[in-house]
Design a protein around this ligand. Structure first.
Ligand code: HEC
Length: 168
């Protein structure tokens, strides 16, 4: 019964690109995704210690690779992020922030099947320093300062952000 509903939610959200999934379907897909993270990985601690330099590196990485969909501030308010279904969520809100470090890592490393969220990890999770670094940045998103936001504009891919061109 239950697994049938999950399959249904995935099927709806995954393959009907233009039909907006119902709130229930989105909730079910979200739940199923949490359940899809193996227990051992859900509780994995971030092996990379946070530092000011590391956060800068992560911020630039996010601006370059993630902001096209997620926006520099994590709101998901971009032409792509708002027009894929399911939409790119606001990463600053508790839905995302309540995920464990291990879950965030898992999502970044593996992507989310049937959604626009790509997999970013290459090879062995134990060597995927970039994804753990990005987990630190996602934790930092709710506290992003105006200066940091301004700085990120210089790292957004140029073609997608003509406004940033004057800098180059
Ligand atoms: C092509 C668009 C796209 C790009 C690029 C992208 N994402 Fe995503 N991401 C999404 C979408 C869409 C979702 C929501 C999928 C869903 O609801 O199941 C998502 C979900 C997530 C989530 C889970 C949030 C939650 O509450 O479930 C995290 C964390 C995340 N992305 C981080 C990243 C990071 C870090 C990068 C860059 C390395 C990145 N994303 C690049 C589209 C994208």
């Amino acid at each position: 019964m239950v697994s049938g509903w999950f399959a249904y939610a995935f099927f709806q959200t995954g393959f009907s690109a233009k039909a907006k999934p119902s709130a229930l379907e989105v909730v079910m897909a979200r739940q199923a995704r949490h359940l899809a993270v193996p227990f051992s990985q859900r509780n994995a601690a971030n092996p990379i210690p946070a530092s000011p330099d590391l956060l800068i590196e992560a911020r630039h990485h996010f601006a370059d690779h993630c902001a096209t969909c997620h926006a520099n501030d994590g709101s998901g308010k971009t032409p792509i992020g708002e027009n894929v279904y399911p939409k790119a969520p606001d990463l600053r809100l508790s839905d995302t922030q309540s995920m464990s470090d291990g879950e965030l890592f898992f999502v970044i490393h593996n992507g989310i099947r049937f959604t626009a969220m790509p997999a970013w990890g290459k090879g062995d999770p134990a060597e995927d320093k970039d994804s753990w670094t990005l987990v630190h940045f996602i934790r930092h998103l709710p506290k992003l300062t105006p200066d940091e936001l301004e700085d990120m504009k210089h790292y957004n891919p140029k073609t997608d952000h003509p406004a940033a061109d004057h800098h180059h």
